[in-house]
Design a protein around this ligand. Structure first.
Ligand code: C2O
Ligand code: CU
Length: 467
């Protein structure tokens, strides 16, 4: 484990990122980084700023975006399980911002929700995030202020927490999947927060990107085994990935280990969700990845192919090691809470400023101008207590519901027991009813919201309290 210094900081980002990882106040930040250096921590400087990036083909003009360190996605942060992450965040946007660490079990004060867990970081200001990463897995980061616009302009990034005994692969790759809504001039369509998107399926973009790029052919020198970490970082687009010409294994969902199974059906990833796969890259025919989520607009997302065949005996990958989490436990005394989702286009409960309702309330901002008011908690739990939540999506739309500071498992209604992976984001289809068993261990008031960000800002938010 090396101590953190400028050199290793620069190495992390790769040479292309060299200049962009340097903070503005170079000496001051350098000193701060050194202060943060230790064998069990890693420091990064992240600067949210307007920038221009070549997204379209070379003949097209670069696209004006907002991005972390002028990269789309932002620098991929990597840290060892159990180590502390220090991020010096600088806001150079024309409006306030913050960073939320999606899926990481952080103390409440580090959760990055302005008005709830911290003050918004004003333009020109800094905020220091500092927390341990207790779980290995694939996570991500993004602002939690004016989210639909800030993410919709490019503020997203991957956060990988490495296990000290990782599964054996030749390469460990991350694909941050996102989309942008781009006009004929190659620029972001400036219609954020419009009622039409908010009341329907959200701001679905027209250009789908893998790691910020339209590149779709991935060639490997020889046949090899990769770990592919997929992050759905789109504002509203749901992915339904179909793998043709190969059989990937699923090893983790939302960062946490699953039993190792080959993927049989389309792998559905809604905004916020992650999946880790093991893929043997073939040399014969390419492995094709198609997205069939919206049946009438299916497209090919990527092709992966090796140039040279090699003979290697491959075993079924080993199951990942468990994370140090106490999973939810259902008992006869587990309390139950009902959460109803209502609203959307044509719904009688929808109005122009509150399109959606969660448990009878429309929460559209984290806090008022004075910075304090937020909704009464939908439920309260003690640290370590499991609660059963009966979610009912009474609307005609999809809602990937995300709980901060908590993990949950779906309850099988037949057997009344928990099943499947530990997750932090659950996709509810139109009319769907699902019960989950949820628990949390950090004290505080935590967000619940739809990760279709235009739904979030028009009412589909709430909070719960751990006390
Ligand atoms: Cu990924 Cu509240 O967010
Ligand atoms: Cu929604």
């Amino acid at each position: 484990m090396q101590p953190m210094n400028r050199r290793s900081l620069l190495k992390i980002g790769g040479s292309a990122a060299l200049s962009t990882l340097l903070p503005v106040h170079k000496t001051q930040a350098d000193q701060t980084m050194e202060k943060f250096s230790s064998s069990s921590s890693r420091a990064y400087a992240l600067k949210a700023q307007p920038t221009k990036i070549q997204i379209g083909p070379e003949s097209a003009p670069p696209t004006a975006l907002w991005a972390f360190n002028s990269q789309l996605p932002g620098p991929a942060l990597r840290i060892k399980k159990g180590n502390a992450l220090h991020v010096i965040f600088e806001n150079h946007l024309p409006e306030p911002s913050s960073i939320h660490w999606h899926g990481v079990r952080v103390p409440n004060a580090m959760d990055g929700v302005p008005g709830l867990t911290q003050k918004a970081v004003s333009p020109g200001e800094q905020f220091h995030y500092k927390f341990r990463c207790p779980d290995a897995g694939t996570f991500w980061y993004h602002p939690h202020y004016n989210s639909s616009e800030q993410l919709g302009r490019g503020l997203i990034g991957a956060l990988v927490v490495e296990d000290d005994q990782p599964v054996e692969v030749d390469q460990d790759l991350t694909w941050t999947l996102s989309d942008l809504r781009i006009n004929r001039e190659g620029q972001i369509t400036n219609n954020f927060g419009n009622l039409r998107d908010a009341a329907h399926a959200g701001r679905i973009g027209n250009v789908v990107l893998i790691n910020g790029s339209i590149k779709s052919e991935f060639t490997f020198p020889t046949e090899q085994r990769i770990r592919l970490r997929l992050i759905a970082a789109s504002n509203a687009r749901v992915f339904g990935l179909r793998f043709l010409g190969g059989k990937p294994w699923l090893i983790a969902l939302d960062g946490h280990p699953t039993p190792v199974t080959t993927i049989q059906e389309d792998l559905v990833l809604a905004p916020g969700q992650r999946a880790d796969l093991i893929i043997d890259i073939p040399a014969t025919d390419a492995l094709r990845v198609e997205d069939h989520f919206y049946a009438r607009s299916a497209y090919e997302l990527a092709r992966l192919k090796a140039e040279q065949p090699v003979v290697i005996a491959r075993e079924v990958p080993a199951t990942l090691r468990r994370n140090p989490i106490n999973p939810p436990v259902l008992t006869s005394s587990t309390r139950t809470v009902n959460m109803l989702i209502e609203g959307g286009a044509h719904s009688p409960v929808a109005s122009a400023n509150a399109v959606w309702r969660l448990s009878g309330q429309s929460m559209t901002v984290h806090a008022d101008q004075q910075g304090a008011r937020h909704q009464a908690p939908s439920f309260r739990i003690r640290p370590g207590e499991t609660i059963r939540i009966n979610l009912h999506n009474q609307t005609s739309w999809l809602h990937p519901m995300h709980f901060h500071g908590a993990i949950f498992q779906v309850i099988n209604s037949q057997t009344d027991s928990v099943m499947g992976a530990l997750r932090d984001t659950l996709l509810l289809g139109p009319g769907e009813k699902t019960s989950i068993a949820l628990c949390a261990d950090e004290l505080g008031i935590w967000m619940i919201h739809c990760h279709i960000l235009e739904h979030q800002s028009t009412g589909l938010m709430g909070v719960f309290e751990v006390s």
